[in-house]
Design a protein around this ligand. Structure first.
Ligand code: GDP
Length: 371
């Protein structure tokens, strides 16, 4: 039987091969569905829509960047508000370059998620200004910005009010790269405002393989969850699942400050290395608590790394698969952060010069200090 089947919820083509891709059902479910041939009432939902209908819960699926860009393109023709979720722990790894270009002149509301990870001392207005400036640098003309924690529920009500205010009676598209916490946030919104019974899933773009979810708003419009786009430069892509857990912060970052004398080096586990090129300076590291930070003399650093990668300097645990370091020199003209996508950052004072080493393929950049 070659007839193609589609999910009743999202419209994705049914498949039994890859559980992380749209339209997945277990082979046994499909078999059962095909056997109950005489049943007029029968409905086939993919696993994701099934979970959404039965448990009120969204799970992640993988879609290609191409699909995502196609989706952004189709949003360009809709009259809608775009809500862009970014991860403030990994802003550079979660911003979508060219977002504004893709969505045309639509309003974009920028949501900085994971605010719970920042130390409590951080000033909220400063953060909002920082996010606004960052958006501008990335070509995003944000109508507004807000800091939330999807996990803790911080400011989620305020976000809903903001969405109501800016959507102007129109649809809302939620976009973001993977791992920004978009699913967690959407799940919060769903449980805050809908009854399981009310939740209808429909496909906006039949024929595409995009597995998106529409959450009905009060006036017949929808809040539409779009699939996450994958950022290739995140450290996450070079780590196994366990190591990824180790580097992902769960609690507020506890800053670790080092006073550095001439020719010292700091290793962040086996994942990054920083050579300090000034006679005297200091650096404050913002990475997951418990991740080892090792200081050595720069002269010994190569040897130290070779000897200890995978033991004191771990993660990574799989050192065979781990790419070689590549280095780049940064000079701070003002108080700045050196950011390693997905790992965190270190703050250095104006005038500091640092040689940063990260695995080949991971991106590292400099920005005005966030804190
Ligand atoms: P998605 O890929 O954007 O849908 O992201 P997920 O919702 O799957 O979340 C990715 C990771 O970030 C998971 O480990 C979540 O537990 C975590 N996460 C999501 N929201 C928050 C948050 O507000 N704070 C913290 N600390 N972690 C979060």
């Amino acid at each position: 039987n070659d007839e193609k089947l589609y999910c009743m919820g999202c419209g994705a083509q049914i498949q039994t091969e890859d559980k992380d891709k749209p339209g997945y059902v277990q082979a046994s479910t499909l078999k059962k569905y095909l056997e109950d041939d005489g049943d007029e009432e029968k409905e086939l939902f993919c696993k994701r829509c099934f979970r959404l209908r039965n448990y009120n819960e969204i799970t992640d699926v993988d879609v290609s960047d191409d699909d995502f860009l196609k989706l952004l393109d189709s949003i360009a023709d809709e009259d809608a508000l775009v809500v862009n979720v970014v991860d403030i722990f990994d802003y550079e790894g979660s911003v979508i370059p060219g977002l504004q270009r893709f969505v045309g002149d639509k309003k974009i509301l920028v949501v900085g998620n994971k605010v719970d990870l920042l130390p409590n001392s951080v000033n909220n207005n400063r953060l909002l200004n920082w996010l606004q400036q960052k958006s501008k640098e990335n070509g995003i003309k944000s109508v507004d910005q807000i800091m939330v924690s999807a996990v803790k529920g911080t400011n989620v009500d305020k976000l809903m009010d903001m969405i109501e205010k800016y959507r102007d009676g129109k649809d809302v598209y939620v976009v973001g790269t993977t791992n920004t916490g978009k699913s967690t946030l959407i799940n919060r919104i769903i449980s805050a405002r809908t009854d399981v019974k009310d939740l209808i899933t429909t496909s906006r773009f039949p024929g595409t393989t995009l597995d998106q979810i529409d959450i009905p708003l009060d006036d017949g419009h929808n809040l539409i969850d779009t699939p996450g786009i994958i950022h290739r430069y995140q450290l996450a892509h070079f780590l196994n699942a366990n190591d990824l857990k180790t580097v992902t912060p769960k609690k507020p970052l506890r800053p670790a400050t080092f006073q550095l004398r001439d020719n010292q080096t700091i290793f962040v586990a086996g994942l990054a290395r920083f050579d300090f090129l000034n006679e005297r300076t200091n650096a404050t590291f913002y990475v997951t608590q418990g991740l080892p930070l090792h200081r050595t003399k720069t002269a010994n650093a190569d040897e130290f790394y070779k000897k200890h990668l995978g033991d004191i300097l771990t993660p990574p645990t799989d050192i065979k698969e781990f790419p070689e370091f590549k280095s780049q020199i940064f000079s701070a003209h003002e108080k700045s952060d050196i950011v390693i996508y997905g790992l965190g950052w270190l703050t250095i004072p104006a005038g500091t010069k640092v040689k940063a080493y990260v695995p080949d393929g991971v991106r590292v950049s400099i920005r005005n200090a966030i804190i």
